[in-house]
Write a new protein. Structure first.
Length: 385
């Protein structure tokens, strides 16, 4: 069989035609579109790796793709709905029904010891209903923009190896700020209500955020039960401290976070000296980035001073920058200045935060605990959620 790269697949005319068809399908049948899109990604993985994705892989993206494929294989109706796409023949072969004679029917063990003709089969047992109830209890997360950067960073940390996904083993592992994988989706424990103890077991109402933009408020023990039962149920470990910000030889340095203060003599800016900082990121040299500050509205049309820098290793710098901006969103400065043509401009990325608070946030990201923190605007400090 010919060898194809992922780029070959994506540029193939048949794939491009499929992408057009999928866009049309999304408008008419979104469920079928999602099913086909997931299977096409499995096919691309198979083309690139000469094997199907493993739902127990330590690499997060393969694990999630493997879980989606396993889910398809468990449902015969889903298999048939995508069989027309299976040009690599990775789906189980279709079994043709055979015509039975009357003698075959009479000899068939339909009345054997496995069940009763009076057994109620139209009602699903509790064990089958619970996963459906767990999924059906979700709703759209209205403030998902606050959480998406966190998911992006955790996904990047999994890819870089600074976090691992391991088999879920104990409900004591469920705490605020921790991440899990349930049926191929990443789950974040954002909040926890008051704990109760019953029969020696703790329980509490949780706010769970899913990486697809939904949320639920299931009980701690409900989440634990579903993770136990899910063959792909996994816990994501905390990030290993230090690896994102240290300069390590032979590692992939991906950028620099920089913190600036304005040296402007403008009274409306000067009055906030020590509290007003710009948080940015660059892939190049910071000094070169700010060289033209006096003519750039991004830097308040004046000179700036570098207060702190943090080297990034093996992480998407844009995702990390977005995460910091989201963390300090309540402290975002609403500044309007006039450019050299007299037009009003509103520079972004400036925040009313101290360098100490920024350093605390960076340390929390380094330690993998940023999801357990929040910025207290009234007291200008980073505190526990």
């Amino acid at each position: 069989m010919a060898q194809f790269s992922l780029d070959d697949i994506l540029e193939d005319p048949s794939f491009l035609q499929y992408a057009t068809d999928l866009e049309r399908l999304e408008r008419s049948d979104p469920d079928q579109a999602r099913l086909e899109d997931g299977f096409v990604k499995v096919l691309a993985f198979f083309e690139n790796n000469k094997r199907v994705p493993d739902d127990l892989a330590s690499e997060f993206e393969e694990c999630r793709l493997g879980a989606r494929f396993a889910s398809i294989l468990k449902d015969a109706s889903k298999v048939e709905r995508i069989r027309h796409l299976d040009h690599l023949n990775i789906l189980p072969k279709q079994v043709e029904p055979k015509d039975l004679s009357l003698e075959d029917m009479l000899n068939d063990d339909i009345f054997g010891d496995e069940g009763s003709i009076f057994e109620l089969v139209s009602v699903k047992p509790k064990s089958e209903k619970e996963p459906a109830d767990f999924i059906a209890g979700r709703k759209r997360c209205r403030d998902f923009e606050k959480f998406k950067p966190i998911f992006d960073v955790v996904a990047a940390e999994l890819k870089a190896g600074t976090r691992k996904s391991i088999r879920f083993k104990n409900e004591q592992e469920i705490e605020v700020g921790h991440f899990f994988i349930y049926r191929g989706a990443m789950v974040y424990v954002a909040e926890k209500g008051d704990e109760t103890i019953k029969n020696g077991k703790r329980n509490a109402r949780l706010r769970l955020i899913f990486d697809n933009g939904s949320e639920s408020n299931h009980l701690l023990r409900s989440l634990a039960r579903e993770l136990y039962k899910d063959p792909q149920g996994r816990r994501i470990t905390q990030a290993q401290a230090g690896e994102l910000f240290e300069h390590i030889e032979n590692q992939n340095q991906t950028g620099t976070i920089y913190v600036l203060r304005s040296t402007s003599e403008n009274p409306s800016i000067r009055q906030y000296d020590g509290f007003l900082h710009k948080i940015g990121v660059t892939s190049g040299d910071v000094e070169k980035r700010i060289a033209g500050a006096k003519s750039d509205a991004t830097f308040l049309l004046d000179n700036v001073e570098v207060v702190a820098t943090y080297k990034l290793v093996n992480i998407n710098r844009q995702n990390l920058e977005k995460m910091l901006h989201t963390f300090f969103v309540e402290a975002k400065a609403d500044i309007v200045i006039q450019d050299r043509f007299g037009k009003p401009v509103s520079p972004r990325e400036w925040f009313f935060v101290t360098i100490g608070a920024i350093d605390k946030a960076i340390e929390a990201i380094r330690a993998g605990t940023i999801s357990q923190k929040r910025y207290d605007l009234a007291n200008a400090r980073v505190i526990e959620r």
